[in-house]
Design a protein around this ligand. Structure first.
Ligand code: IPD
Ligand code: CA
Ligand code: CA
Length: 269
């Protein structure tokens, strides 16, 4: 077993525990609005603290970037100098969580020299853990998973953002007319569902690094691709230089992603 594969296994318990906290506390969570008006709860913070502590205890040489506090130099190695950096989204799908819609995920990715090498996306409500390590394949619990190979002319299931944050490009409205659209409200879950072949593709617009870091390696190991809207890879990137920059993306089987990128670039459907 490679070191990364071992690490994928070793951290499954922590990820499940974090998800368990979110599941148990959903009905008592208290919400507030962040500066950007998006919701956050005390449970987002508690799950994040749990994960940050667990990583600090086990991986003292590693840096951490987490959605709600970014980084905590007192607890972890410096993002500027560490070879590895953990990227955490404690609850992805907080809008669902606040409304008690049981669709959200804990998303944790590990970057090594700026590229995702291990990732976990856990759906606490279904107890499904999607994970991957570089070269070790993508997994749903104990079963290998693969992206679909649905051609653009087939019945394409596409995951889309749930709206409100940013208008969708006209091209995407065309996709809504032609394809089967699904909006889970969790980017990480959308990516996991692509890796498992449940969705054929996902389009994301107003996303951040913590929404995609884990999903990117899981999709890649499932035989697919995650690119920006121009078809370029986000990785490797310098985590120390990351400043909440949006990471709009397309993900899915390679041929379908290439096709969707070409439509986006041409601005037509
Ligand atoms: C959100 C979800 C959602 C996406 C938003 C994200 P959060 O993350 O990933 O699917 O459309 O842009 O902010 O706030 O629930 O962690
Ligand atoms: Ca998120
Ligand atoms: Ca979040």
């Amino acid at each position: 077993m490679t070191e990364l594969e071992q690490l994928r296994h070793d951290c499954m318990g922590i990820i499940r525990q974090a998800g368990g906290m979110a599941r148990q506390r959903m009905y008592t969570a208290t919400a507030r609005r962040k500066a950007d008006r998006s919701p956050v709860t005390d449970v987002d913070q508690a799950v994040q603290d749990f994960l940050m502590d667990a990583i600090a205890r086990r991986f003292g040489d590693d840096a951490v970037i987490s959605e709600e506090t970014q980084s905590d130099p007192g607890r972890h190695a410096s993002v500027a100098t560490a070879r590895r950096c953990w990227i955490i989204d404690p609850i992805d799908g907080t809008r669902n969580y606040v409304r008690k819609v049981p669709m959200f995920a804990v998303s944790v990715g590990l970057l090594s020299q700026g590229s995702p090498v291990v990732g976990w996306v856990y759906n606490p409500m279904t107890d499904q853990l999607y994970s991957a390590s570089q070269g070790g394949g993508a997994w749903l619990d104990d079963a290998r998973i693969y992206c679909s190979q649905t051609p653009p002319t087939g019945e394409v299931f596409i995951g889309l953002p749930s709206g409100r944050e940013e208008p969708l490009p006209a091209v995407v409205h065309g996709w809504i007319d032609r394809m089967v659209q699904r909006a889970t409200g969790s980017t990480a879950l959308n990516l996991a569902l692509v890796a498992a072949g449940c969705f054929d593709a996902v389009f994301g617009n107003n996303c951040k690094l913590w929404d995609i870091a884990a999903g990117a390696i899981i999709v890649q190991e499932a035989g697919g691709r995650l690119t920006d809207h121009q078809g370029r890879s986000y990785f490797p990137l310098d985590p120390a230089a990351y400043r909440n920059t949006p990471t709009p993306f397309l993900a899915g089987g390679s041929a379908l992603v290439q096709y969707l990128v070409s439509e986006l670039r041409a601005g037509r459907c």
